[in-house]
Design a protein around this ligand. Structure first.
Ligand code: DGY
Length: 327
């Protein structure tokens, strides 16, 4: 049992999205909670209105927490807690200026995200969408020697763009599938952490040496469009592309052209620019395996993310500095 730490005057918390039941109960134990009951996406203006007077704002990667919103809530707001490891939706600079703490959820979602990364890699490489459709639609006429031939993973090079906690969790699993690991990262990892992974100083070099490219870099304004047309052209013919990070890292026009021409054999995408309004051309591509941003979507992980935020808020209130504090 977790020890409860009831303040005498419960602080007000506003939840921009519905959270797992266990987490909502725990938050209600500690705060005077209001919730966006409809769970519909809220604009910054709507959040500013709904969260007036709150000292804690629970958000997710679907909300845009810009400087104007933070300034409106600043008179009472002490903590923004985001149920995500990514923080590209939050104006951290303004939060820092206003003295508002920002908590996020690193580490606890790395395994779940790595599992989805492998799901995408396997489904893209082994034509999971077409296979499922063949059976589901009743068009399967039976086993055939040349039916739905895909690409095996054993002995292939997996290029991981972003070798942070999630990238390394992906590498662990991909090694078990017999893949050789290459990576590009802001900085080279210490040998004990990199293990046998081969470092590339540029994304271009990684692309030229990858049978499959895994985008696992954190979302950040400076990475917008990083996997551009030139990088996609540099990929080995027939490469597979997977993205579990943020959709806007990839140039959609270039990737779609490459999927249509066959230069890229297949893609596995869990994230998209402008979610949920994805580029409609992806829906028409048999060689694109698509999933709706479910990297961390397991019961265990979402609860762990929620508890990490609650523990972080409690630590802040005790005057401590939790490890998941950003600003
Ligand atoms: C994250 O944690 O950043 C995931 O993308 C979910 O938002």
């Amino acid at each position: 049992m977790r020890s409860l730490n009831h303040p005498l005057e419960p602080e007000k918390a506003y939840l921009c999205r519905r959270l797992p039941a266990e987490i909502e109960v725990a938050l209600r134990d500690r705060f005077c909670v209001s919730v966006n009951q409809q769970d519909a996406l809220l604009s910054p203006a709507e959040i500013a209105e709904n969260a007036k007077g709150a000292s804690v704002l629970l958000v997710t990667a679907t909300e845009r927490i810009d400087g104007e919103l933070l300034r409106k809530l600043a008179p009472t707001l002490r903590t923004v807690a985001t149920l995500s490891v990514g923080v590209d939706h939050i104006d951290l600079f303004s939060a820092r200026e206003l003295g508002i703490d920002v908590l996020h959820t690193p580490d606890v979602l790395s395994d779940a995200c790595a599992e989805i990364a492998l799901m995408l890699l396997l489904n893209a490489s082994r034509r999971g969408f077409e296979a499922d459709r063949l059976v589901r639609t009743g068009h399967w006429a039976g086993w055939a020697p040349t039916q739905l031939l895909g690409k095996g993973l054993v002995g292939k090079r997996l290029g991981i763009f972003g070798m942070g906690r999630i990238g390394r969790a992906i590498a662990t699993r991909a090694r078990a599938f017999g893949m050789d690991i290459h990576y590009h990262n802001r900085s080279r990892l210490a040998p004990a952490i990199a293990q046998d992974a081969i470092y590339h100083a540029t994304l271009d070099s990684l692309c030229r040496n990858s049978d499959a490219l895994m985008v696992a870099a954190p979302g950040a304004p400076e990475l917008k469009g990083a996997l551009d047309r030139a990088h996609i052209a540099a990929l080995l013919p027939g490469a597979v592309v997977v993205n579990i990070s943020r959709g806007d890292i990839v140039d959609d026009d270039a990737l779609i052209d490459a999927l249509q021409s066959g230069h890229v054999f297949a893609a596995g995408l869990d994230v998209f620019a402008n979610e949920p309004c994805i580029d409609p051309r992806y829906r028409t591509l048999d060689n694109a395996f698509l999933s709706p941003h479910i990297g961390s979507a397991t019961h265990e992980t979402r609860n762990a993310m929620g508890w990490l935020l609650i523990d972080g808020i409690e630590a802040l209130r005790r005057g401590e500095r939790p490890a998941n504090l950003l600003s």
